[in-house]
Design a protein around this ligand. Structure first.
Ligand SMILES: [Ca+2]
Ligand SMILES: [Ca+2]
Length: 220
């Protein structure tokens, strides 16, 4: 790991209590799969039905000043559908906390972070999967369950103005129940965006996604 990326990650990992301006970046949720409305999940999770749906969490600064982003910290807590895989047949399931496979990674029934290929993780990625709570039946290669958290901090190899951060599989209407924290650093390592939870900024995000009206926020 280069010192530059180490510095980026360090800055991205350390949560700042300083108020960070959020102008110039727009996190958003995009509905990807909704089996009840003609958008079924892809294999091997095609049997995952309603009320499960999935969303892509991304950030785009293209139309708001074009600030460059290079390092991210994403922490999501709440009920997330998971599929772990025993890819090496040793009867131990491997977590699936991140993927760069755009095709399957944005269509299946597994929640995970979305890091650019070659990204360097300074923390995580981590997730949990108790093996319970999913309507799907686990097999010798697939371990289904509903976990409670997904998190990681990473630096991309190249700076960008558009970045996918996570693909999350949740029960319809329950997206606002998740606690989501996002930190973004620019190529100099400067923290340029922060979404603590709960904040008015996060409510704005859900408002943009048209979700605020779908279900009241959980009382905290
Ligand atoms: Ca294994
Ligand atoms: Ca996963």
């Amino acid at each position: 790991m280069t010192s530059k990326f180490s510095a980026l990650l360090s800055l991205a990992i350390v949560a700042s209590s300083t108020t960070i301006a959020t102008a110039g970046w727009v996190p958003s949720f995009t509905l990807r799969k909704d089996p009840a409305n003609g958008l079924p999940f892809s294999a091997p999770d095609a049997a995952l039905g309603s009320p499960w749906v999935s969303y892509l969490l991304s950030i785009d600064t293209t139309n708001t000043g074009g600030e460059l982003m290079q390092a991210f910290q994403v922490t999501i807590t709440g009920a997330l559908h998971q599929r772990w895989i025993d890819s090496d047949a040793d009867e131990i399931f491997e977590p699936t906390a991140t993927t760069v496979n755009v095709t399957s990674g944005l269509a299946n029934g597994d929640s995970h972070l979305l890091a650019q290929s070659g990204s360097l993780f300074g923390s995580g990625p981590t997730e949990d999967n108790p093996g319970t709570g999913s309507p799907l039946t686990s097999t010798v290669v697939f371990h289904y369950g509903v976990g409670t958290q997904l998190s990681g901090a990473w630096a991309r190899l190249t700076a960008t103005t558009t970045a996918n951060l996570a693909y999350i599989v949740v029960q319809k209407g329950l997206l606002p129940n998740l606690n989501i924290e996002i930190l973004v650093a620019d190529p100099t390592g400067k923290l340029i965006a922060q979404v603590p939870e709960p904040t008015s900024a996060l409510l704005t995000i859900f408002g943009l996604a048209g979700l605020a009206a779908a279900r009241p926020r959980r009382k905290r």
